[in-house]
Design a protein. Structure first.
Length: 364
């Protein structure tokens, strides 16, 4: 049963005792709140799914599904917005502790005192509105960045194509200095385009708008592609780039989004080449057929200090190296690995190089 009110705040009262429901409903309606009632746990869960309230007042002692279980199920439902839960209990302190550990936000004891009830309701509604406002600001920020990066891509792609045409002599033969200047512009434009693409992917992950297509992926074949694509960059720097196997890899695959895994390893190998001036970059794949595949990307570069390693995978983290970029690439790599239920770790020593290790579960 729902009662209309001038206030926007909607409160769900859950109690198997009609007398208790009537008392609480009367108190809250006099304050102008919109009240919905439920007499048991399953009915309450159905009401929340249908129309999430701003606050739930929940009796602990109910037949069948008690207040603890209702609280737990509400907190486990990731599709719901944040909803404060106020437990109503006649129990002793241990039951209160259990309720709070389960996910409730506050409690009130029976018999209910009017002023205390109203004060706790106002407090939890303030919390609700504060969280909603924070989430809305975050959503607007993510929308802005997403649209901005999307709009930036169009002129950057157009500029990249025009510069390539110029470099190919589409508008006439170029003198060596002009050709070199255009090549520099092409590299700068492509770096900016890559940064914009990375930023867009980061915010897609953070906004929960990134949909991954999980299919069987032959990781060895994917790594061969990555190494082949980045070999020209290694050759330009005079660096050895090799793909190795520690042992004969059985025919095992990982379940993943091939495009995102390609992005992940392109980023890791590309970073290794970027920070290595001489020596080699080695991509090594090993496997435990029963549990996981591991890929190690090792370089003989300058290494990473312990202080930088502590924040290496944080968003917008910039290291002390002069070639450090926006700090988004490794953060995005971590998000991709976590989305595949894997791990990403680094071992490094200054002056001796670094090894980035990706561990992914194999398909059962």
């Amino acid at each position: 049963m729902t009662t209309q009110s001038s206030k926007a705040d909607r409160i769900l009262v859950v109690d198997d005792s009609p007398d208790n429901v009537f008392l609480i409903q009367t108190i809250l309606e006099e304050e102008g709140y919109c009240i919905t009632t439920a007499e048991d746990g399953p009915t309450a869960l159905a009401e929340v799914d249908k129309s999430p309230p701003h606050l739930v007042l929940l009796d602990v002692m109910m037949p069948g599904m008690d207040g603890f279980e209702v609280t737990q199920r509400l907190r486990q439902n990731a599709k719901l917005p944040f909803i404060p839960i106020l437990l109503i209990t006649a129990y002793d302190q241990p039951s209160v502790a259990k309720g709070l550990d389960t996910g409730a936000d506050d409690f009130i004891r029976k018999p209910v005192e009017v002023e205390e009830l109203l004060a706790r309701v106002r407090s939890l509604l303030r919390l609700k509105h504060s969280v909603d406002e924070r989430d809305e600001i975050a959503r607007q920020r993510e929308d802005f960045v997403s649209r901005l990066t999307h709009d930036l891509r169009t002129p950057l792609v157009a500029a990249d194509r025009m510069l390539l045409l110029l470099a190919q002599g589409a508008l006439g033969e170029l003198s060596p200095p002009i050709h070199e200047a255009i090549a520099t512009m092409i590299r700068s434009n492509q770096n900016l385009l890559q940064m914009v693409n990375t930023l867009l992917e980061v915010y897609r992950f953070e906004a929960g708008r990134k949909t991954l297509a999980f299919l069987p992926v032959d990781l060895q074949n994917l790594l061969q592609e990555v190494v082949k694509e980045l070999s020209p960059l290694a050759q330009d720097k005079g660096i050895s780039l090799q793909l190795q196997q520690q042992q004969t890899i059985p025919s095992v695959k990982v379940s993943g989004d091939r495009l995102e895994l390609h992005r992940l390893f392109t980023n890791l190998v590309g970073n290794a080449l970027k920070f290595t001036d001489k020596g080699s970059v080695t991509v090594c794949i090993s496997a435990n057929p029963e549990s996981h595949l591991q890929v190690d990307v090792s370089d003989t570069g300058s290494g990473i200090s312990a202080a930088d390693q502590a924040t290496l995978f944080q968003r917008f983290r910039q290291g002390s190296h002069k070639r450090s970029g926006s700090g988004l690439g490794l953060y995005l790599s971590r998000r991709i690995v976590e989305a595949h239920q894997g791990t990403l770790q680094v071992a490094s020593e200054l002056g001796k190089g670094s090894t980035f290790s990706v561990c992914l579960p194999v398909m059962k």
